[in-house]
Design a protein around this ligand. Structure first.
Ligand code: FAD
Ligand code: NAP
Length: 530
């Protein structure tokens, strides 16, 4: 079932965009004496911003907001910062397919053996190069614990801790419509979007112990790899074997040992997990839409797998009587013990107030994994700049993009980067979605970027008046992709086309060109090749 999330739209926000504020803002400090033209930007508005989530995106948001003079208040439901990089051995044992919305939720989706699929230098934030060893794991494609330690060090390096409230869940964030008694509040709101009432709860406290606070803006950084996207098929309900989702996979334990396993989905999780499970299972069938088992060569490198693994196309039906699985090509595998759905995740914003207004306008819907309407994957056109999102794009190098998106948001909130009018942003969002249809891109791939990420990052940097990120990252990203395809089993451990020193130097040069001081002593430790 697709989740739809909508927050109320006040139609005046869409209509009154051209009205300019004329007096101090009641809740944020807004100091501006002269009339603006579209070419001029006010850079002196300072506001208080709620950041939902203290993962890699929330940390970048806090850093960029503070750099622009705002006051970020980060709410993180976990006990530590780092989001999915904080390995959580718990699974959602009462519903391992993740289909029951009332199940006890676990945010983490990392499995014990996970290593990065990007070199650490490429992954790192521009403002804090990932060129050092932080938790004793000196592999270039390091384990999750090393990334977690890097993120903790990022928070410390940028002195973000005082802005972070851990063990605090945002249960609801709602726009405040016309609450201000200021006579020009409508004009204020039309320029900056509404203020927000944010309801939080200490994790473990009673459900009615809700704290409420108000903010000038909300930046959503809640991640999108926690809510399983699990398909159902005819026969699913009565199927006798175990059906589980990669969100709830941690180790190749007894669930898999000696058993016959079907893994559905062959992106990063499907590939890594089927390979790991094949080391303990009796047989592994990796199924994905589009695979043609009769073709001489598939894109997928099944020849690099143990001999007990084979490819199949997508699933069409489950057959309870034989514990069977029927595939798109009509073939059937019987006696299957476990189906592991490595079918990805859904965007979900359960804390955003889910109502639609009398005009049925939707502020944010996440239908078919397309968060919409959005201006450049960041701003809700009708509430910008006071509602924004960091980290929606996928198939990207996330951390550097988080900083660029965070900076754009911070500058839009201060006025130093001016957004176009709401109607222009809405039209751009519509045009983008229309272009998906024209290009025959599935709606669920709306936020997939791949190569386009580099131009996108440059565009946002330009909108912020910042220099573009270095081209070295794109080159190393591409080189890693090539190596992953040619050496799928060993690409993380082999030599890279660049030396440690080159990679460090490139990351450092980028940091300095972006205006960040890099302490060479900090980078003394060599990143090793296992
Ligand atoms: C298995 C796996 C492997 C990956 N491997 C790589 C890799 O090798 N390299 C790479 O660059 N990226 C990788 N990624 C992508 C990874 O998601 C990003 O690197 C990045 O961590 C995303 O950060 P985020 O802050 O957007 O989301 P998250 O890390 O998910 O953080 C979101 C945070 O928001 C908090 N939160 C959510 N809702 C609320 C709420 N209501 N109230 C308070 N707090 C809330 C969560 O607790 C969490 O801490 C991987 C992802 C997965 C799932
Ligand atoms: N560091 C690592 O090595 C590592 C390991 C695992 C994951 N990750 C990261 O974690 C994130 C999530 O990766 P993921 O692999 O879990 O999810 P994903 O990238 O969304 O991939 C899910 C795959 O399942 C397919 N799928 C969905 N429904 C299907 C169905 N009914 N039948 C057949 N196929 C179906 C999807 O196809 P469609 O796109 O067509 O729907 C897609 O190919 C990514 O950022 C990834 O890089 C990294």
């Amino acid at each position: 079932m697709i989740q739809r999330h909508t927050v109320r739209l006040a139609s005046r926000y869409t209509r009154a965009w051209s009205v300019r504020p004329t007096s101090p803002r009641p809740h944020g400090t807004f100091v501006r004496a002269r009339r603006r033209t579209s070419a001029m930007a006010t850079a002196d508005r300072r506001v208080r911003v709620a950041v939902v989530g203290g993962g890699a995106a929330g940390l970048a948001a806090a850093k960029e907001l503070r750099a622009e003079g705002h006051t970020p208040v980060v709410f993180e439901q976990g006990t530590h910062v780092g989001g999915v990089w904080v390995y959580d051995p718990r699974v959602e044992s009462d519903d391992v397919t993740g289909t029951d919305p009332s199940r006890a939720k676990v945010h983490g989706s990392m499995y014990a053996s996970l290593r990065t699929n990007l070199p650490r230098e490429v992954m790192g934030y521009p403002s804090f190069p990932f060129t050092k060893v932080f938790a004793g794991d000196d592999r270039r494609f390091c384990g999750h614990g090393e990334v977690r330690a890097y993120l903790a060090a990022y928070a410390e390096h940028h002195t973000l801790t005082e802005h972070i409230n851990t063990s605090t869940e945002v249960v609801k964030a709602e726009p405040i419509h016309g609450s201000s008694s200021e006579k020009d509040s409508a004009a204020e709101d039309s320029r900056w979007g509404p203020r927000w009432r944010v309801h939080t709860r200490r994790v473990g406290a009673s459900p009615d112990s809700i704290q409420t606070d108000t903010f000038d803006a909300v930046v959503v950084c809640n991640g999108h790899y926690s809510e399983p996207r699990t398909p159902t098929y005819p026969g699913s309900d009565a199927w006798p074997g175990v059906q589980t989702h990669s969100h709830n996979y941690r180790t190749p334990d007894d669930t898999f040992a000696g058993k016959k396993i079907v893994v559905l989905g062959a992106m990063a999780s499907g590939e890594d997990l089927s390979r790991e499970i094949a080391t303990v299972a009796s047989e592994v069938v990796l199924a994905a839409r589009g695979f043609d088992p009769t073709a001489e060569k598939n894109d997928f490198p099944i020849e690099s797998y143990p001999a007990n693994a084979k490819l199949k196309p997508g699933i069409v039906e489950l057959i309870p009587e034989s514990s069977g699985v029927k595939f798109e090509d009509g073939s059937v595998e019987s006696g299957v013990d476990v189906i592991l759905y490595a079918t990805g995740y859904k965007y979900a914003f359960p804390f955003l107030d889910v109502e639609s207004d009398e005009d049925e306008n939707e502020i944010v819907s996440a239908e078919d994994n397309c968060v919409s309407p959005l201006y450049k994957h960041v701003f809700s056109p009708s509430l910008a700049p006071s509602l924004s999102f960091i980290g929606l794009p996928w198939k990207v190098v996330p951390f550097p993009q988080f900083e660029v998106q965070g900076r754009w948001i911070a500058k839009a909130l201060s006025g130093s980067a001016e957004l176009p009018g709401r109607d222009v942003m809405s039209k751009a969002s519509e045009a983008f979605e229309k272009s998906l249809e024209t290009r025959a891109v599935a709606k669920r791939h709306a936020h997939r970027m791949g190569e386009a990420q580099f131009e996108y990052n440059d565009e946002l940097a330009h909108l912020c008046g910042s220099p573009p990120l270095g081209t070295w990252r794109a080159e190393m990203y591409r080189a890693t992709g090539v190596r992953k395809r040619s050496e799928p089993r060993t690409y993380r451990d082999g030599p890279t086309p660049w030396s440690d020193a080159d990679a460090r130097e490139a990351a450092r040069r980028e940091a300095s060109s972006c205006g960040f001081e890099v302490d060479p002593a900090r980078d003394e430790v060599e990143v090793g090749v296992a």
